[in-house]
Design a binder for this molecule. Structure first.
Ligand SMILES: [Zn+2]
Length: 161
């Protein structure tokens, strides 16, 4: 209950459109995108070239050959390159899962506090007691067996003839 309340407060204090984690990932992708340039095709397809290697990017489906966009929902450096060259905003291509409003919605309905026994409703039935003690089978632990008269005595005891 306390953990959910703490997280609810943290989420409410967030002021930006997307969460902090998503912003950091996008900033990282934006830094890495400086080595990329894109070549347009049809149907929203682009080829992003990075160090002589091509990556096929599809903006409408938010997918890339490196699969980072597909798996994380955050644009990779190739998608960022394509988005920037088309004059679009990178934040618009972040998955809705990273929206601050979604995060806040997760912790809106916390656990309800519970009243103590003083406030419990009386049922009117008999009081429930603990079950009677039943001795378990076998010798109690720590109790050695009492040896018989003709059994061998302890080892340290000296025999007297
Ligand atoms: Zn990529």
């Amino acid at each position: 209950m306390q953990r959910i309340a703490t997280r609810c407060k943290t989420a409410k204090d967030e002021t930006s459109l997307v969460t902090k984690k998503a912003r950091k990932e996008v900033e990282k992708s934006c830094d890495e995108a400086k080595h990329c340039y894109s070549l347009p095709s049809t149907g929203g397809d682009y080829e992003c070239v990075e160090f002589g290697n091509g990556y096929s990017v599809n903006l409408p489906s938010r997918s890339c050959a490196c699969r980072k966009c597909d798996l994380s929902g955050i644009p990779c450096r190739h998608a960022v390159s394509v988005i920037r060259e088309n004059g679009l905003e990178v934040e618009d291509f972040i998955s809705d899962y990273y929206l601050t409003s979604k995060w806040q919605g997760l912790y809106m309905n916390g656990l309800s506090p519970v009243n103590g026994p003083k406030f419990w409703k009386k049922s009117g039935g008999d009081r429930i007691e603990a079950p009677p003690y039943k001795r378990p089978p076998g010798r109690p632990k720590g109790k050695a067996r009492i040896k018989g008269v003709n059994e061998s005595p302890k080892k340290n005891v000296t025999k007297v003839d």
